[in-house]
Every structure is written in structure tokens, then in C-alpha cells.
Ligand binder design. Structure first.
Ligand code: SF4
Length: 364
């Protein structure tokens, strides 16, 4: 399957695109609705099972190169409490990505089943504490490959309970989502379509290490998705080292973009802060952070660093003190509930401790 053929993977087409396709091929538009329902509501990936689609349409689609293709499950790791599942999926060209499903039980509200999707094979951003960044960049994922990860995770949810489904989506897996902007945005629209999986836009979070022009672009989309910024320090010199894109888009420009995002969307910004011993966990770091975020409607997720084998960084033991101090400055902060640590499915760990390139390219 070539890249062109990927564009003919029906799982990556929106309902509007399917409508246009039906028109082009000479079929009535209600066939687009039926196809969309098979693909995204019933999540069927074989022609045979699409019982109300006429043979003529199926054969016309196939003759024109259209395919039904989901990633292939290579391996599945389940945490001992059964609440986190990490899957390794193989793509059409042999590259692989990881996707994580996290179940959060809540006493007073509906349980959440959150999928953390990958948007790229590898990542070009080179954050030194991150396993994905360490591996380098291979390619962007197509829309159908991003959507496919969610569909396959949703199938796992339904295997356990047929009336349940994925409720939340975070673009925090492998890759920098805003560097694959068009495909990520297309997947957001597709996965939130009421005729399909219907995941609420307010239940979606797009993470970025700080691609400033794309934050402005996202703000202009008029979508109420949450923006999560991997901040990790409020000091430019330290950030140049921890998040190298900071050299191009330093903190002042990043925060200006975040303030703009909030003004446009009224969505509270999340700042991710991986706490690293001796690097960004000192009292001066708290002072810098509260100064930087002053007046912005946001909260800070303190993430105890997940140690990966290639990096010299160590987990800070200061998380609770850090949160308490930030609260004194009226900065809302939480220690993020970490899921999947034992199966290397936690933040920054995707690809961690494996270190082998075959995880990216199966046929090598
Ligand atoms: S932390 Fe995010 S942006 Fe940085 S290298 Fe890892 S995946 Fe890329």
C-alpha cells in the first residue's frame, strides 16, 4: 500500500468526503451515511460484513483503489490492575506506533476511558528526557492511522462491555501533534462526528511542546479542545535544553500564544511539568513558574519524571511540596495520576526501555 493508497483508505474520509465520493462514483448520498456508520459506529473493516451496501458499490470502490484498512495489533500489554492497556500497532509500511487505553474509575461521575494516540512515527523535537524523542523522526501518520488507533482501542473496550466506548482522547502519544496539524485536525473532526464515535470535543486534549504558529492556527479553528503545553520549566535557558524547540519559540512567544488560545476558546490551558531532580524542582523554579503563568486561566500537571534508560535525569521527590507552594501563589496544580508505569505506557515512556529500532520498523 502506497501513501496515495493511504488517502484511499475509507477509514480516513470524513462524511463530507464520502458524500463527494458517492457523487463522483454515481451513487446516492445516503450510501455515504451507511458507509460512515459501518466504519465509525459499528467499526467494521471487511466488505462482507457491510450487509446493506450493494455489491456494485463495493466493487466500484475496490476497482477505484479504495480500501478498508486498520493498523494491525502486534502486541498488547496489560497492567496488573487491568486498568491500562498499551498496544503496539503495525502500519501499512511496517512502521509501528504505540497507543494506550486508560480506565479511570470515578466515584461521582461516569467512568472515563481515555485513549492516548500517537500522531507521528517517532518525533523530531528531541526532548532529552523522552523515549520517543530519543528515537528520532520517521514520518507523519495519516488521518486513517490516527483514527484507526482509536477504533481498535474502542473495540477492546467493547469486548469487555458492548455498551461502553472510548470517552476521552489525548493526543499525547508518540510525536508532536501540531507538526502533523492537518491530519490531527481531520482526525479530531472525524472522531467527534455525531454519526460516528461522537467523542465530545471538550473531551479531547491536544498536546504540544510549543509550536507557536500552530497554536494560533488551532485557536482559529473554533474547536473547544483543550490545549496541553509541555512546559517543564519557566526558565528559557533551562527550557532550551529540556525542550529544544524553545530556542525557536521562547517562553514569551509561547505564553502569548497560550493567552490568545484561552481568549479565543475560553478553554483552560493545561501545562505539563515533568519534575526532574535538580533540574526544575527548586524554589526558584516555583517563583519563575508562578510569574510566567500569572493571570492566565490554567492549571499545572506535575508529572513525576518517568525515567527512561538513555537519559541521565532522575525523578524528583519534591512533587508534593512543589504543588503546595504553587497553590500558595494561587496557581492551580495537581500531581498527575500516572497510569501504566509498569508497562512503560506512561508519559515520555512510549518506546522506553525497548530501545530497538525494530519496534519502529517490523521488517528490518
Ligand atoms: S516530549 Fe513530546 S515533543 Fe518532546 S520529544 Fe517526546 S514526543 Fe516529541
Amino acid at each position: 500500500m502506497t501513501v496515495d493508497a493511504m488517502e484511499k483508505n475509507l477509514f480516513g474520509l470524513s462524511l463530507n468526503q464520502l458524500n463527494d465520493l458517492m457523487k463522483e462514483l454515481g451513487f446516492p448520498s445516503y450510501r455515504a451515511d451507511q458507509l460512515f456508520e459501518w466504519l465509525h459506529k459499528k467499526q467494521i473493516d471487511t466488505w462482507e460484513e457491510m450487509s446493506n451496501i450493494p455489491k456494485k458499490l463495493k466493487s466500484t470502490l475496490q476497482e477505484n483503489g479504495y480500501q478498508l484498512m486498520l493498523p494491525t495489533l502486534v502486541s498488547k500489554h496489560i497492567s496488573t490492575d487491568g486498568q491500562t492497556i498499551k498496544c503496539l500497532f503495525s502500519l501499512y509500511d511496517g512502521y509501528t506506533v504505540e497507543t494506550v487505553l486508560m480506565n479511570y474509575a470515578r466515584d461521582n461521575s461516569r467512568d472515563r476511558r481515555t485513549v492516548c494516540v500517537s500522531s507521528q512515527v517517532g518525533c523530531a523535537m528531541g526532548c532529552p528526557f523522552c523515549a520517543t524523542g530519543h528515537q528520532g523522526f520517521y514520518r507523519n501518520l495519516d488521518v486513517s492511522e490516527i483514527v484507526g488507533q482509536v477504533i481498535l482501542m474502542n473495540k477492546l473496550v467493547r469486548q469487555k462491555d458492548p455498551i461502553e466506548q472510548v470517552t476521552n482522547l489525548v493526543y499525547m502519544g508518540m510525536g508532536e501533534p501540531l507538526n502533523n496539524y492537518n491530519h490531527v485536525l481531520a482526525s479530531v473532526r472525524l472522531l467527534s462526528d455525531a454519526h460516528g464515535l461522537n467523542i465530545g470535543l471538550r473531551r479531547m486534549t491536544i498536546s504540544t511542546c510549543g509550536i507557536v504558529p500552530k497554536i494560533y492556527a488551532l485557536a482559529a479553528e473554533g474547536l473547544p479542545v483543550t490545549l496541553a503545553v509541555s512546559l517543564h520549566t519557566a526558565d528559557n535557558k533551562k527550557r532550551d535544553k529540556l525542550v529544544p524547540i524553545n530556542e525557536k519559540y521562547p517562553l514569551a512567544s509561547l505564553l502569548k500564544a497560550c493567552r490568545y488560545y484561552y481568549e479565543q476558546t475560553k478553554r483552560r490551558i493545561t501545562f505539563e511539568y515533568a519534575l526532574i531532580a535538580g533540574e526544575n524542582d527548586q524554589p526558584s523554579d516555583i517563583i519563575d513558574l508562578q510569574r510566567l503563568l500569572k493571570g492566565l486561566n490554567c492549571h499545572v500537571n506535575i508529572i513525576p519524571l518517568n525515567v527512561v534508560s538513555h537519559a541521565p535525569y532522575k525523578t524528583s521527590l519534591e512533587a508534593e511540596r512543589f504543588v503546595e507552594q504553587l497553590k500558595k501563589y494561587h496557581v492551580e496544580a495537581f500531581i498527575r495520576e500516572e497510569k501504566g508505569l509498569e508497562i512503560d505506557a506512561a508519559c515520555g515512556q512510549l518506546k522506553a526501555n525497548e530501545g530497538e529500532k525494530h519496534e519502529y520498523f517490523l521488517d528490518e
